[in-house]
Design a protein around this ligand. Structure first.
Ligand code: SAM
Length: 294
């Protein structure tokens, strides 16, 4: 198919929108991609080829779905907006390897869909231009459910991509960085101008790639306990670790116990949360968990 006829061009997108009298719903984060070059780039960086399967979240009118259909073996796309279903069956009629599922991704049983549509042991990549209002819940769901996914390559708000991929001692580093990097190796592939979207969003965007880890980078005794403690260490960014921990354990542990656990874990309480790397947080969480349950 000639590039001129790809869905992801301003001309073709306008034609489709007009034909169906489609009006954007801001509440559903509808900013459609109108730049085929960016999509080709995403296909390449995501490693999409005819041996693999792809999951898309929010196909819109099918700009990215079309590229996935061309490059992957099979595509499953979840779309919440019913108005887009007849449009997608029109725009994607040339491709018989796409299944559109009319469902809220946050409610979907993704493992069941994988079992239904993909070959056993097929490499699965998630690729999406995410609805920005639920970027974090979508990604945390994908990460925490231990799905058989190899990588996630997604367009999202630049500020959120910065936080997910941030390293210690940077402004964007926080509990979200730890949560995402516990499960994946996170890399920003590109920053994207607003002009590649229709309508243009108010914020800048980045393409973030999350490669799922085969083994966890640190050993934690209890994942929930670990993530709660990390969050507590960032509760008030300007406060020292000691003060955040004293506030967090106020009704649970004596002040002296908090001090002695810090010493045991060999972490200086005058440091700030943002200076600790994941291994130090793991040491701290394991030491507090043992102290609390002793
Ligand atoms: N992939 C298309 C593109 O790049 O042109 C559209 C991307 S647009 C940023 C986000 C899409 O996600 C919209 O089609 C929107 O209707 C859909 N969406 C929003 N919330 C959703 C949800 N909870 N579950 C599934 N799809 C959702």
């Amino acid at each position: 198919m000639s590039e001129q006829r790809f869905i992801a061009t301003p001309k073709r997108t306008k034609e489709i929108l007009q034909k169906y009298q489609f009006t954007f719903k801001k509440s559903l984060g509808q900013n459609f991609l109108v730049d085929a070059n960016i999509l080709q780039n995403i296909m390449q960086k995501a490693g999409i080829d005819k041996s693999c399967a792809a999951i898309e979240i929010g196909p819109g009118i099918g700009a990215l779905t079309e590229q996935l259909a061309i490059h992957a073996d099979k595509v499953v796309a979840f779309e919440i907006d019913q108005r887009l279903l007849p449009i997608l069956s029109d725009t994607l009629q040339a491709y018989d390897n796409v299944h559109i599922i009319h469902e809220d991704i946050l409610k979907a049983d993704i493992q069941k869909i994988i079992d239904m549509y993909f070959k056993p042991n097929q490499t699965i990549h998630v690729v999406a231009n995410l609805p920005y209002y639920i970027t974090t819940p979508i990604l945390m769901k994908l990460l925490q459910q231990h799905l058989p996914i190899t990588s996630i390559t997604v367009m999202m708000q630049k500020e959120v991509a910065d936080r997910m991929s941030a390293k210690p001692n940077s402004k964007s580093y926080g509990s979200l960085s730890i949560a995402v990097q516990y499960y994946t190796d996170a890399k920003i592939l590109a920053t994207v101008p607003k002009t590649v979207f229709m309508p243009q969003p108010n914020v800048d965007s980045s393409i973030l790639q999350l490669t799922m880890r085969q083994t966890f980078p640190v050993a934690v005794n209890d994942e929930d306990y670990f993530f709660d403690l990390v969050q507590a260490c960032f509760a008030q960014r300007r406060k020292t670790l000691r003060n955040n921990l004293l506030a967090y354990f106020k009704n649970r542990l004596a002040k002296e116990t908090v001090e002695s656990v810090l010493q045991q874990a060999e972490i200086d309480g005058t440091r700030r949360g943002e200076s600790l790397d994941m291994a130090e947080f793991a040491r701290l969480a394991n030491a507090f968990q043992i102290a609390e349950h002793a």
